[in-house]
Design a protein around this ligand. Structure first.
Ligand code: AMP
Ligand code: MG
Length: 393
């Protein structure tokens, strides 16, 4: 059995790095990873911009100025100011070339067509210099960045309509179990509703991975082998849930062997998720996650998510990690490394109730996983713990 650090290293070492790039419309670019540095074609701002509603003027040794005109946002005029003259100006408007400051309107007293300025204005006040944000030719977004709403705003402000991004992996989810019944169907004694498929598909969707499929199969060796064999050639990543343990009806490991999946590791010293499997066949990465829903989701975030990010060439692959004080005492059950569903609240982190692998409810509140090393025992309130941030919205 390997430890969690080694497991994650192996996932990232063996995970495929895709080199298939394409251009995407900016409006559809959310969650894609930028494949080539995005370069600005313009200075931003493209001209000296007023940052306030007020008066543009060239400072002189008197407090009184005559207002000779107006420049509104979107105007193209560049009035020439003579000594002692000012123009009314509004936020976003081009500051006349002959002006060297903007006085906010709250700082002037109006007297007919004259203004009396309070105190002596400082040069370049309330003016956003040309190219203050970026110069033409500058890198707006580095290769490896995962595009978020703010990036789209910035790129749109530079007038860009397309960017080159990395292809996203397609992901097949194969859930196994004779006891599983699709939600909406009647439930007989001994059966439970299948929830891993809907959950993993939704989480993938939330992260921007839309090319997914879910298939449910029974615990039968031939079916498992045939379905997996068929799926491997069609998807970049295959995530199987259940059937990876050592029960008499756990056929996934045997099926992987039979269809030529190379085992990279099986079993990790962790709770939940001890029976985690990771393997490869050609360029396809294959995970066997435990069937228990909370264990499956924890393993997804800790191991599958970084693999997906590697595939896309993302700069940041692992979940961001911070150290936070625990908000209450916690007694660890077991000696393996622990991943505990948790919620960051204020300046600390709270371990949630319902940590069993079978209980997924706490994930509704969780925004983090607290990660405790092997042989942790009593953790006291106020003690700092490693906290992985979940990429939930
Ligand atoms: P397994 O890993 O197949 O031994 O399953 C472990 C536990 O998770 C069992 O209690 C299963 O009934 C449950 N389980 C497995 N797959 C699913 C699923 N897709 N949805 C809900 N529960 C599941
Ligand atoms: Mg099972």
């Amino acid at each position: 059995m390997i430890d969690t650090t080694t497991a994650l290293e192996l996932v990232l070492k063996h995970g495929t790095l895709n080199t298939d790039f394409f251009e995407v419309d900016l409006k559809d670019a959310l969650d894609y990873v930028v494949a080539k540095d995005v370069v600005s074609r313009i200075d931003m701002p493209p001209f000296r911009q007023s940052a306030m509603d007020g008066y543009a003027l060239h400072v002189h040794d008197d407090f009184t100025y005559t207002v000779v005109g107006e420049v509104q946002a979107g105007d193209h005029n560049d009035p020439t100011l003579r000594k002692g003259e000012a123009v009314r100006i509004f936020t976003g408007a081009p500051v006349p070339t002959s002006a060297n400051t903007v006085v906010m309107q709250e700082r002037v007293t109006l007297d007919g067509n004259k203004i009396i300025v309070e105190g002596s204005p400082k040069v370049n006040m309330n003016i956003r210099p040309k190219a203050e944000q970026i110069k033409a030719g500058g890198i707006a977004i580095h290769k490896g960045t995962t595009i978020k709403g703010g990036h789209i705003g910035f790129l749109a402000s530079l007038g860009l309509t397309k960017i080159t991004v990395s292809k996203k992996p397609s992901v097949a989810i194969v859930v196994t179990g004779n006891e599983l019944v699709a939600p909406g169907m009647p439930l007989s004694y001994g059966e439970i509703y299948e929830s891993n498929g809907a959950m993993l598909r939704a989480v993938l969707n939330e992260l921007g991975y839309k090319n997914t499929s879910v298939v449910t199969i029974r615990d039968d060796y031939d079916t498992t082998k045939n379905v997996l064999s068929d799926t491997l050639g069609k998807y970049d990543v295959v995530v199987v849930t259940g059937g990876v343990s050592v029960g008499d009806y756990d056929f996934v490991g045997k099926a992987f062997k039979a269809i030529g999946v190379q085992e990279i590791f099986y079993k990790v010293k962790q709770k939940p998720g001890k029976p985690l499997f990771f393997g490869k066949k050609e360029e396809t990465s294959i995970f066997g996650l435990p069937g228990n829903p909370a264990a499956a989701l924890s393993c997804f975030y800790i191991y599958v998510y970084p693999l997906l990010k590697k595939y896309e060439g993302a700069e940041h692959m692992n979940l961001p990690t911070i150290s936070l004080p625990l908000l209450s005492d916690y007694t660890v059950k077991g000696t393996q490394a622990q991943f505990l569903k948790a919620r960051i609240e204020g300046a600390g982190v709270r371990i949630l109730g319902g940590q069993s692998s079978a209980m997924v409810q706490a994930f509704g509140d969780a925004n983090a996983l607290v990660c405790l090393p092997v042989n942790s025992m009593e953790i006291k309130k106020g003690q700092n713990v490693k906290t992985l941030l979940l990429p939930t919205k």
